[in-house]
Design a binder for this molecule. Structure first.
Ligand SMILES: Nc1ncnc2c1ncn2[C@@H]1O[C@H](COP(=O)(O)OP(=O)(O)O)[C@@H](O)[C@H]1O
Ligand SMILES: O=P(O)(O)OC[C@H]1O[C@](O)(COP(=O)(O)O)[C@@H](O)[C@@H]1O
Ligand SMILES: [Mg+2]
Length: 328
């Protein structure tokens, strides 16, 4: 907690963009202005902070964006911000605008950056979890996850049609650098036979046995959803292995890629982002520092940034028992 009053706040989006970031920015700008604060957009994440790419926002600056994917503030992964010199430049630029509070919408990496920054300088930082990966503790959902999963579902449903028509085994790689939530949720929601994710050790030979058993009973259409960060190194590696073991099977792979990051945010993401953006401003006004705004069981929940980035979330074994039974 700090008892210094915030008067001018900055907002930025950083790391991989996520649908709903615009809704969060809109909420921050309008809540800040309502409370008499000046609000500044820091463009292109930490890189714009270093390059002094900072613009004053008005209420109308965020008109007509609640429904748009991407981020009007642009985003970046900034190498320079990893260095103390880069962060010092960034601090001086914020100071030159009189900015005394910062809201960072981003993922685990962006929170690590905010943590470093607020250890070194006296500008309180509030994090909003904006990442399709949902690899952050302290919130049931992150901004962008719901949209990304729905995009994945839409694509996998289409793949299912053609897989069924040809009696094929499809391996679908979804995003998730170190996290399997997109794979887990989209896999269950599309009735996939197997879901491979980094949080869960997969016995690949058991997968092969189960496919062989299905082959015997002429169930040739199968879907396997793989998180890009799974232990085998993603969809290509899994496909290679299965092709070696099942030379007669008709196997195809689809990598969904960046399509999962775009598009108009779902209702759930717009609401999540609006609530989080609104509360982030209140947090700064209440003197909070270094916390992430989350929502747990539909209640606002504040987690120190250091905890939000650390905790690897546990995925219950029960999910995998269920997948097996439902796909039998
Ligand atoms: N340990 C760190 N120290 C300083 N800055 C960091 C650190 N980790 C990440 N960042 C900054 O945050 C940016 C976004 O992180 P990244 O992991 O790419 O995305 P995300 O926030 O979506 O997880 C990085 O490009 C870098 O500028
Ligand atoms: O667009 P890039 O830079 O290739 O990054 C791809 C990565 O970004 C993500 O889409 C989102 O990750 P972050 O939220 O950590 O940025 C990952 O799922 C994926 O591995
Ligand atoms: Mg990340």
């Amino acid at each position: 907690m700090t008892d210094k009053k915030v008067t001018r706040i900055g907002v930025l989006t950083s790391g991989g963009d996520a649908p709903g970031m615009n809704a969060a920015v809109r909420a921050v700008v309008r809540t800040g202005i309502y409370h008499g604060l000046e609000v500044y957009a820091v463009m292109r994440g930490y890189q714009g902070m270093i390059e002094n790419d900072i613009v004053k926002m008005e209420s109308r600056s965020v008109a007509n964006i609640i429904q748009r994917g991407g981020t009007i503030l642009k985003t970046a992964r900034s190498k320079e911000f990893f260095t103390p010199e880069g962060r010092k430049k960034a601090y001086e630029n914020l100071k030159s605008h009189g900015i005394n509070g910062l809201i960072v919408v981003g993922g685990d990496g962006s929170f690590n950056g905010a943590l470093k920054f607020s250890e070194e300088f006296d500008i309180p930082c509030i994090g909003l979890p904006g990442t399709i990966d949902k690899d952050i503790a302290g919130s049931d959902f992150t901004i962008g996850f719901d949209t990304a999963v729905n995009t994945a579902i839409d694509a996998i449903d289409k793949i299912r049609d053609t897989a069924d028509a040809h009696d094929r085994l499809f391996i679908i790689e979804v995003m998730g650098r170190d996290a399997g939530y997109i794979a887990l949720h989209s896999g269950v929601a599309t009735g996939a036979e197997h879901v491979l994710i980094p949080e869960h050790k997969t016995d690949i030979d058991e997968v092969i046995n189960s496919l062989q058993e299905k082959e015997k009973r002429k169930k040739l259409m199968n879907l396997i959803v793989v998180a890009e960060g799974d232990e085998f190194g993603g969809g290509e590696q899994v496909t290679k292995y299965i092709k070696e073991k099942l030379p007669n099977a008709d196997i195809k792979i689809t990598v969904l890629g960046h399509i999962q990051r775009g598009g108009s945010p779902t209702c759930a993401d717009r609401i999540l982002a609006s609530r989080m953006g609104y509360h982030a401003v209140l947090c700064l006004m209440e003197g909070r520092n270094n916390v992430m705004v989350g929502i747990v069981n539909d209640q606002m929940h504040y987690t120190p940034l250091s905890k939000a980035v650390k905790a690897k979330q546990q995925i219950d074994e029960d999910w995998f028992d269920m997948i097996k039974i439902l796909a039998s």
